[in-house]
Design a binder for this molecule. Structure first.
Ligand code: PLP
Ligand code: SF4
Length: 417
């Protein structure tokens, strides 16, 4: 990390300005000319980046830009923040709506995919636009919070749908809203009796730790239980400023989770991932998900085979704290939702015993209990649990090669809208 005075653009910034999140947002690096102050660019690089900017916007907070190593073309911060000519390539599998959110949205900015959870997008603004963003078709279009009317419409939908007990507040980055704007969202949701938990998804602690002010954390704490998920992708992002911001949130009683995106050339290595998850635990953040990179347009160069994610989970499970091991998920193209993918530890049955293998490859046997399971009614809940059983036909129809065909029943017998 460079001191900000080393970069000509920010030579005159005072420490108070640097520590002010609004100054950071107002002074984001958005043009090739500004970028030249942060790192050297060859003429061809500058041209290619300029071309990218006609399709996808760039904005990098001075704080995050100061983490770029100007002399390392493979810098993991640079790869996440600075456009690459590879973005102009459309991969054969790229999708405009990679997660199939549109059909599951009763109206824009609200997605209701799972019966008991709803996702609302309250702004399209982010502090830094990630090159690998899965919502790149939406983010940064206006760089503004949604109108109050729009937010109230989302809350009204949630109020009318009593099965929703968990609301995810996302964007864009919801912490780019003002304290007042965010408080309006949190207080409106808290006023809905069936909303049990509120979750905020934000990258602010990574790209704009100055945003985590004592006032903000005090405000959030008034609406508990509020959980926050962040997105740290590389150990270099866990700077002293970032760790302090996470500490302020944890001290305010906010349970913290992390959702890493598996990115080729950034973190697709068991050693890098191990350092990241250990750093997160030290900062009181529980690694929650490791995401397979989605099929958004122009990010094909970030994708790894699924086997790379499995290799990473294999390298963590049993080899380090269980708390450090995230769940590896593929967010299925076409709206199938998050599908966990795990190394195979259960190998089958042999002579009434379950055959297992552990993390170092030793075979283990677990004798099943003598009492036979009788199918039928559960003595605890008096139900059959059938509502949780996947329906075998689902997704296996001929022709449903990419994603879920509309109208195919999901596991709960619910239909994809
Ligand atoms: C990820 C996601 C959720 C939450 O999923 P969890 O597995 O509960 O974290 C809810 N709705 C949508 C649309 C999502 O993409
Ligand atoms: S913070 Fe999230 S929504 Fe914003 S650009 Fe990054 S990945 Fe996309």
């Amino acid at each position: 990390m460079r001191a900000h005075r080393e970069v000509a653009l920010w030579r005159d910034a005072t420490d108070a300005q640097w520590a002010d999140w609004r100054w950071q947002v107002a002074n984001r690096v958005q043009t090739v000319g500004q970028l030249r102050h942060v790192m050297p660019l060859s003429a061809s690089e500058a041209t290619a980046i300029g071309q990218c900017l006609t399709r996808f916007r760039m904005a990098v907070t001075p704080y995050f830009a100061s983490l770029i190593d100007p002399h390392d073309p493979d810098c993991p911060i640079r790869k996440q923040a600075v456009p690459s000519p590879a973005e102009l390539q459309r991969g054969p599998a790229d999708l405009d709506d990679p997660l199939g959110e549109k059909p599951q949205s009763p109206f824009p900015n609200l997605t209701h995919r799972y019966p008991d959870r709803a996702l609302m997008l309250i702004t399209d603004m982010c502090a830094t636009y990630c090159r690998h963003c899965t919502r790149r078709r939406l983010v940064g279009a206006t760089d503004r919070a949604m109108s109050k009317g729009h937010i109230d419409r989302c809350v009204n939908y949630i109020r009318a749908n009593r099965e929703v007990r968990d609301v995810l507040v996302s964007g864009g980055d919801p912490l780019l809203c003002s304290d007042q704007g965010l408080e309006h969202v949190l207080s409106s949701l808290r006023a809905v009796p069936h909303v049990e938990i509120i979750r905020i998804g934000t990258r602010a602690p990574v790209v704009l730790p100055q945003r985590i002010t004592p006032e903000l954390t005090r405000m959030i704490a008034r609406y508990h239980p509020v959980w926050i998920n962040v997105q740290f992708n590389h150990p270099r992002e866990l700077t002293a400023d970032a760790v302090a911001a996470l500490g302020r949130l944890a001290d305010a009683g906010v349970p913290l989770g992390n959702q890493t995106v598996l990115l080729r050339g950034v973190n697709d290595c068991p050693h890098v991932m191990r350092e990241l998850v250990h750093g997160l635990l030290k900062a009181r953040v529980r690694p929650y998900y490791l995401y397979q990179c989605d099929l958004a347009v122009g990010i094909d160069h970030f994708r790894t085979p699924i086997s790379r994610g499995l290799e990473i989970i294999e390298a963590l499970r049993g080899h380090t704290s269980g708390l450090a091991v995230p769940t590896f998920v593929v967010d299925a193209p076409g709206g199938g939702g998050k599908i966990p993918v795990m190394p195979q530890y259960f190998l089958g049955y042999a002579g009434g015993r379950a055959m297992l293998r552990n993390h170092d490859g030793s075979l283990c046997y677990y004798p099943e209990p003598a009492a036979k399971e009788t199918p039928g009614v559960c003595p605890l809940c008096h139900g059959t649990h059938r509502e949780f059983m996947p329906q075998p036909a689902y997704g296996l129809q001929p022709g449903a090669s990419s994603g879920v065909a509309p109208g195919v029943a999901l596991g709960h017998g619910r239909l994809v809208r």
